[in-house]
Ligand binder design. Structure first.
Ligand SMILES: *Cc1c(COP(=O)(O)O)cnc(C)c1O
Length: 372
């Protein structure tokens, strides 16, 4: 039953090499490698269509997209966010001199608990930064109501929600701004890359400046920016990977179905369920292990699966509120974040990628069932 070849948590979606060569020929011919080249612009327009968004700006990765997106909104003071996320979310705040105020999560979706946001708002609060964790949309309606009441901006880390719809609307229609990541491990990738979609079309100019050193023209540098541009080679990869995304989704749909079928009746194993009205992002397949009911802990199962050559991931782990540079924050204290504290010991991201054999999925589930 031990797998001969290791099964990893994910495998990148790799484009057809011959097609990549053809496009690279065009790039070599043009001698245009970066700075809004034709491949970049073509990818931008293809992605606008795919994601059904009006305003989209491409970046060299998701983190710099978020970092500069927050900068473009001129935020100050405190931003309410979740401790249960990837470090990039809160580090984008750090690099803008914004203070994260950690809010506990909803135990069902593992996203910001909207009911716990309001007590954390002070006169310094300028925004709410939610994360659509594992593709589960935040409670977007409730968050918007709170934001409207206190005149706060709403930004979403949508790194896990490429192409997700919620209530028949593209996920990026919620909030002022949504970040997407095109890292190799994400459903759609440009090796490294990212994007921002945003409601206020006038932001595009500012974002273009921010990702290119603030250079307005050959005579003027108008603000302090960064270098965060997506280059032509990354764009070529993206254009070819985009052709594969729908097929990849279908395969992952099937894998998800087999996982769900085989895990549904194991006591103490919970599959993170979808919300009503949500179309899955197919980014991750995550289970939660209730030690009392399952009989063994998440960490035990993680090690056990390794013995079977199956590599899962404690994701997210550790909580961002545990980073030592947040030691002084009242909101980072353990007792203020009970649900996040619980989730971080229970979640396990399972192997999930289109090429994963359904037979392997069944075997993995059998291990989970029989090993206790
Ligand atoms: C991947 C990821 C990021 C970072 O994106 P990069 O493109 O790797 O910079 C940020 N937030 C979340 C939730 C992620 O999963």
């Amino acid at each position: 039953m031990i797998h001969k070849d290791p099964i990893y948590i994910t495998r990148p979606l790799l484009p057809n090499l011959q097609n990549v060569y053809k496009r690279l020929d065009e790039v070599w011919e043009s001698k245009w490698l970066t700075n809004n080249g034709p491949q970049h612009n073509f990818l931008e327009s293809e992605l606008k269509q795919y994601l059904q968004v009006e305003n989209l700006s491409l970046f060299n990765n998701g983190t710099s997209a978020l970092l500069l997106g927050l900068r473009a909104l001129n935020l100050t003071g405190e931003v309410i966010t979740t401790p249960f996320t990837f470090p990039a979310t809160v580090q984008a705040l750090d690099w803008n001199n914004l203070t994260p105020v950690f809010c506990d999560i909803d135990p069902t979706t593992l996203t910001l608990d909207a009911a716990k946001i309001e007590p954390l708002i002070t006169e310094k609060t300028s925004a709410i930064l939610g994360v659509h964790t594992f593709g589960n949309p935040c409670n977007v309606e409730q968050i918007q109501l709170i934001a409207n009441k206190y005149k706060l901006k709403v930004i979403y880390d949508g790194a896990h929600t490429f192409g997700t719809n919620y209530n028949n609307k593209p996920i990026s229609e919620y909030g002022d701004m949504t970040m997407f990541s095109f890292h190799a491990t994400k459903l759609f990738n440009t090796v490294e890359g990212g994007a921002l979609s945003f409601n206020d079309g006038s932001l595009v100019e500012r974002l273009n400046l921010l990702k290119n050193f603030g250079i307005a023209n050959s005579e003027e540098v108008v603000l302090s920016g960064l270098n965060a541009k997506l280059n032509e080679i990354q764009s070529v990869i993206g254009l070819e990977v985009l052709k594969l995304v729908d097929t990849e989704r279908q395969k992952r749909h099937e894998i998800k179905r087999v996982y769900e079928q085989n895990l549904s009746d194991i006591p103490g194993i919970k599959v993170l369920t979808r919300l009503q009205g949500e179309s899955s992002s197919y980014q991750y397949f995550v289970i939660q292990i209730d030690e009392e009911k399952y009989g063994k802990s998440r960490d035990w199962l993680y090690e056990k699966l390794k013995e079977y050559n199956v590599f899962t991931r404690k994701y997210f782990y550790p909580l961002c509120s545990e980073f030592e540079w947040y030691d002084h924050l009242e909101s980072a204290r353990k007792e203020n974040l009970p649900e996040a504290q619980k989730a971080v010991t229970q979640v396990l991201a399972m192997p999930y990628y289109g090429e994963l054999q359904l037979e392997s999925v069944e075997k993995i589930c059998k291990v989970i069932r029989d090993c206790v």
